[in-house]
Ligand binder design. Structure first.
Ligand SMILES: *[C@@H]1O[C@H](CO)[C@@H](O)[C@H](O)[C@H]1NC(C)=O
Ligand SMILES: *[C@@H]1O[C@H](CO)[C@@H](O)[C@H](O)[C@H]1NC(C)=O
Ligand SMILES: *[C@@H]1O[C@H](CO)[C@@H](O)[C@H](O)[C@H]1NC(C)=O
Ligand SMILES: *[C@@H]1O[C@H](CO)[C@@H](O)[C@H](O)[C@H]1NC(C)=O
Length: 417
């Protein structure tokens, strides 16, 4: 009697234990798979939909019906809220690919040269060099290293036409910590110099030169997630800091990383971005990236003479990962691609495939074309009437806007508006 019930109990225990092991294995697999590919197809994405699929072991026809229902749900919700915005087709020409694929790198155009900095090659590898694209003969024509202590991704960057200022950012692969170190590159001699360290490190802060000062604002704080509101500036001239320390400026109304920061006609614009980001998994020796809740937004803020933030019309859709995705052409800001709010049903990330235009005379947004595919963190240039973009992470195809591989491809289109 006792013995039987003991056996039953241990059978129960074994059963419960195996369930736990299976569940843990599934979660670990989900996690590894998701964070290693940068894309995310969570098993725990939307219980009410997915439970319906897993709970029952239905006949094949029922299964098909459920899948059809989920697909319909996904498509309709995408249509309603997150679909591609109707846009004219642009004719894209594929140009020579960058020597390496890169994500979350940085780029600055000086005359006919596009300097493309660092970035992730894959989640486990970051670059430590600069590649140069020559718009005159359309070749990748040279590369040189960045300083050993400089961040490899999530940099803030701005240029005066000769010197390139590179501030803070993430140091190393996966979701490693940030550095507050800042540097300046003389593009004529390819020499790097130190700049005063930022008061606190940031991930992908909005950065721009304005009225003789290097401005750095927003970004994510040290834990890679919390939006920073702080705004600092440093007087600089010809690649030299004129002050020993950064000065505090008026905080930005909304914090967070991955925004465009543009100065036109003596006004400073901060466009789009997000709150929240992937974080390092607690205790992970390799700082393994794990996905967290994040919200993209399309807010536009401007600073002018009054030194007070003004709110301008938002982008046509929330958009982030656009820090080097812009150019100024004929008094318009052009932004190429990005990433918007996650899919409401599948919870997958949704990349952006539109080319946006913000007319500064009317303060008005429009969509002026579609890209060859959706890409986030594009690196953009403009030369001789051609709009160029390279690098970033592209989508899975015309019908699936979730992210797939990191690319080095370069495209261009003749810009007309
Ligand atoms: C899951 O999807 C259903 C159906 O679209 C929706 O009503 C529900 O709000 C979603 N749940 C979550 C947690 O997003
Ligand atoms: C939007 O809905 C229409 C009609 O259901 C469908 O033909 C189209 O493919 C959908 N678009 C997307 C982006 O899913
Ligand atoms: C860019 O290409 C043009 C045309 O081949 C060449 O004259 C120029 O020297 C190149 N610039 C650099 C910096 O390589
Ligand atoms: C910008 O303005 C110039 C001069 O008016 C014009 O020739 C050019 O086509 C314009 N560029 C675009 C992209 O509209």
């Amino acid at each position: 009697m006792r013995k039987t019930s003991g056996t039953q109990n241990s059978m129960k225990l074994i059963f419960i234990a195996s369930c736990l092991v299976l569940l843990t294995a599934a979660l670990i697999f989900d996690f590894i798979w998701a964070s290693s590919s940068f894309t995310y197809l969570s098993l725990v994405s939307n219980w009410s939909v997915h439970k319906a699929v897993r709970r029952i072991i239905p006949k094949t026809e029922e299964k098909i019906e459920i899948v059809k229902y989920n697909n319909r749900l996904a498509r309709d919700e995408l249509n309603a809220t997150f679909a591609d915005i109707p846009a004219p087709q642009l004719e894209w020409e594929e140009m020579p690919s960058a020597p390496v694929p890169r994500l979350d790198g940085a780029a600055i155009q000086i005359k006919n040269l596009l300097y493309v900095f660092a970035g992730y090659g894959s989640i486990n590898h970051v670059h430590s060099h600069v590649d140069i694209y020559n718009f005159t003969d359309n070749t990748w024509s040279g590369s040189f290293p960045i300083p050993k202590e400089m961040a490899n991704s999530h940099l803030g960057m701005a240029s005066d036409g000769r010197y390139i200022y590179a501030v803070t950012g993430q140091y190393g692969p996966q979701c490693r910590g940030p550095t507050a170190r800042c540097f300046v590159l003389d593009t004529e001699t390819k020499q790097w110099q130190d700049l005063p360290t930022l008061p606190a490190p940031r991930y992908a802060p909005a950065t721009q030169l304005w009225r003789g000062r290097l401005h750095v604002m927003g970004g994510s704080k040290e834990n890679r997630y919390d939006p920073g509101l702080e705004h600092w500036s440093l007087a600089v001239k010809d690649g030299k800091a004129l002050e020993k320390e950064w000065r505090s400026e008026i905080p930005i109304p909304r914090g967070g990383p991955h925004r465009s920061c543009v100065v036109v006609d003596d006004r400073l614009f901060v466009i789009g971005g997000q709150e929240g980001d992937f974080m390092a998994k607690p205790g992970s020796p390799i700082f393994k990236c794990s996905r967290r809740h994040e919200v993209q937004y399309g807010d536009v803020y401007m600073l002018d003479d009054e030194m007070k933030w003004k709110t301008l019309p938002p982008m046509p859709k929330p958009n982030s990962h656009i820090e080097f995705a812009w150019v100024v052409v004929n008094n318009s800001i052009i932004i190429v691609g990005g990433t918007t709010l996650k899919h409401p049903v599948t919870k997958k990330m949704v990349l952006v495939g539109e080319v946006f235009r913000f007319r500064l005379d009317k303060m008005e947004w429009s969509v002026i074309g579609r890209m060859p595919c959706r890409v986030k963190t594009t690196l953009v240039g403009f030369w001789d009437g051609w709009l160029y973009f390279t690098s970033g992470q592209r989508d899975r195809g015309p019908d699936d806007p979730s992210p797939r591989q990191v690319i080095g491809n370069m495209w261009r289109t003749k810009l007309k508006f």
